[in-house]
Design a protein around this ligand. Sequence first.
Ligand code: MEV
Length: 444
Amino acid sequence: MSKLINGFSKLTKSAKITWLSENYIDENHFNIEVIENSWYQNESIQKILEGFSENTISNFHLPFGLAPNFLINEKPYCIPMAIEESSVVAAAAGAAKYWLDRGGFHAKVIDTKKIGQVHFYWFGDTEKLKSSFNTLKTALLKDIEPLTANMVKRGGGVLDIELLDKTAEEPNYYQLFVTFETCNSMGANFINSILESFATTLTSYISNNENFIGKEKEVKIIMSILSNFTPECLVKAWVECPIEKLGTYNSMSANELADKFYTAVKIAKLDPYRATTHNKGIFNGIDAVVIATGNDFRAVEACGHTYAAKDGKYRSLSTCSLENNIFRFELEIPLALGTVGGLTKLHPMSQLALEILGNPSAQELMEIIAVVGLAQNFAAVRSLVTSGIQKGHMKMHLGNILQQLGATEMEKANCQSHFSDKVVSHSAVRDYLENSRLEINAKC
Ligand code: MEV
């Protein structure tokens, strides 16, 4: 065997593992149990998971936690979150409980439009192309009828097709810029199929058009693909209460908290270094629910960050205002999600997650996920402007270090109390543990 291989995908799972162990893992370290322990015991579920991707040899597990007590538009939710970072679920649950006593969270879908583009080059007079566009549009829509019939029945389909003249930016470059409604599905496959059909229709329409001559009969299709930037698939989530109702937090008065919180969000609006971390805190919550519900977190992240930079500078996605003595904290974010199709109903854990959420529509899921992003952001910024973030983080961090060092339950309890007012680091915990073990041995 060799470190390079042809036909790897054709090997059986066990042959892939053997090849891996022989070529990429030191034989003294290879432990098949690491791979096997992460398989589902139920073989048919394991097969489903393996079918999602290629060359699968095992599963990579993330903790699946619950953040209860979310009140969203007067309705209670328990939120499933798949995330490895300590403190995120605890912070979401803390923020949910806090806002439960202050009217809960509010959320509203603003729009649900998705976007796709056919990028093409055409070598003729732009005005000629523009004047043919209405008949071209009719042909484009006619040819996709068989593909859209089901989606149309569900209330979706193609909403609009525009011809964009991009020749000022790049000679001969045009786009078909298409707007879609994909109802409860994220719609990637649907959109891409339609766009590829448009590319075919466009090519034959142009080559058969009698008004075009010579070079004008040629179109060069560059690519047909959805855009993950969906600024019109937008949702807004917010919380608000009179400033005095914020209460005292970590011995900080409501007024001081409101003021520092407002300033922290303002800083995240004007400084991209802070905005990136601020938005990362929002995505801690968003991604965890996006992953738990089997949605595409890369698409959601890419879109969110582009939206954060929509006015030419990367800014905070959330906004805070203190007007008429009301504290209002709001998040406006594009979220292209689905509750049917893709992994949503195939992955056993996302099926469970959607069930826990009451099998929401895609629009309801947009509201839920925006709320979790806001809650996460609220919890992070509140900690930052009061106790600092490390206090909460370190408790969980200490737990992880103790686990790694193989501490007993008794040692864990002693360490938790010892480090309650001290800085936690791996070496400090290891030293403390080693010393206390030495002391115990000396006494025996
Ligand atoms: C850590 O994962 C997220 C935070 O850094 C977010 C923030 O700074 O707002 C705490």
